[in-house]
Design a protein. Structure first.
Length: 255
């Protein structure tokens, strides 16, 4: 399984709104992640969020770097201003993607290899732009992939898409399965029922920043929802769950 946090806000958000939401929810997420030693997460950071961190809470970069070094975080990013990529010219796509990768690599010391596609707005020509910017993989809504795939594809593994001789690995995002689960045990049941019992399965789930309190808040002396899920996944019988970063999945050549 690959879990991620989508940290994006509208570019027009005021600083007071960004301060309130980002400071509260990011702190809550990092606190929970620190308690879940070894639990890996993907972090999608938009240009506006990166600028906010640098201007107001630069210490978060140090914290993120520490998690990266422990292989507990992998940072990805969209076009800098979160454009719908099919709606802007190819040169502008590359320009915005490069702005994001340059910002992340200069502050965190590592160039991102995964790209976030805002709104899952997709066109095959984007593959060339991603390839030229050094991206190896991206993420799209599972429904979009299923609608353009053979009928026997279940959406439980990444796919490889090609365009003019260039290719990209695409991870299908299936966040609805999380939002439809009231309890950690219910999520595990849904994952088990949605999997292909004869194959290796990979579920990729992104949690929006605004849902952080629902899954990562914990009362004193108690686990958060997500911590209960991780513990329950280790106790289930009949199948095994492994939590991975997309880079690890890509390197293992699962697709």
């Amino acid at each position: 399984m690959c879990f991620g946090l989508d940290v994006s806000l509208p570019v027009c958000s005021s600083h007071p709104v960004q301060d309130k939401v980002l400071q509260k929810h990011l702190k809550q997420f990092f606190t929970a992640l620190n308690r879940m030693d070894g639990m890996p997460f993907v972090l999608n950071l938009s240009g506006s969020v990166l600028e906010w961190i640098e201007a107001r809470h630069a210490e978060y970069f140090t914290l993120i770097k520490d998690f990266i070094e422990k292989k507990q975080l992998e940072v990805i990013g969209p076009g800098y201003y979160e454009p719908l990529l099919p709606l802007i010219p190819p040169q502008d796509r590359v320009g915005q993607l490069e702005m994001t990768t340059d910002f992340i690599s200069s502050r965190l010391g590592k160039r991102p290899r995964g790209c976030w596609i805002t709104g899952s707005a997709w066109d095959s020509s984007i593959i060339s732009n991603l390839h030229s910017c050094g991206f190896n993989y991206t993420f799209l809504d599972k429904k979009l992939i299923l609608s353009n795939s053979p009928c026997d594809y279940q959406g439980t593994l990444p796919v490889i898409s090609e365009y003019l001789g260039k290719s990209i690995t695409i991870f299908p995002i299936d966040s609805e399965i999380l939002f439809n689960s009231e309890t950690p045990e219910n999520l595990l049941t849904q994952l088990f029922e949605s999997s292909d019992r004869d194959e290796v399965n990979l579920f990729t789930i992104f949690i929006p920043l605004t849902s952080v309190p629902d899954y990562f808040h914990s009362e004193k002396g108690k686990n958060s929802w997500f911590e209960d899920f991780v513990e329950a996944s280790r106790e289930i019988t009949g199948c095994s769950f492994e939590f991975l970063l997309p880079s690890q999945v890509y390197a293992s050549s699962i697709p």
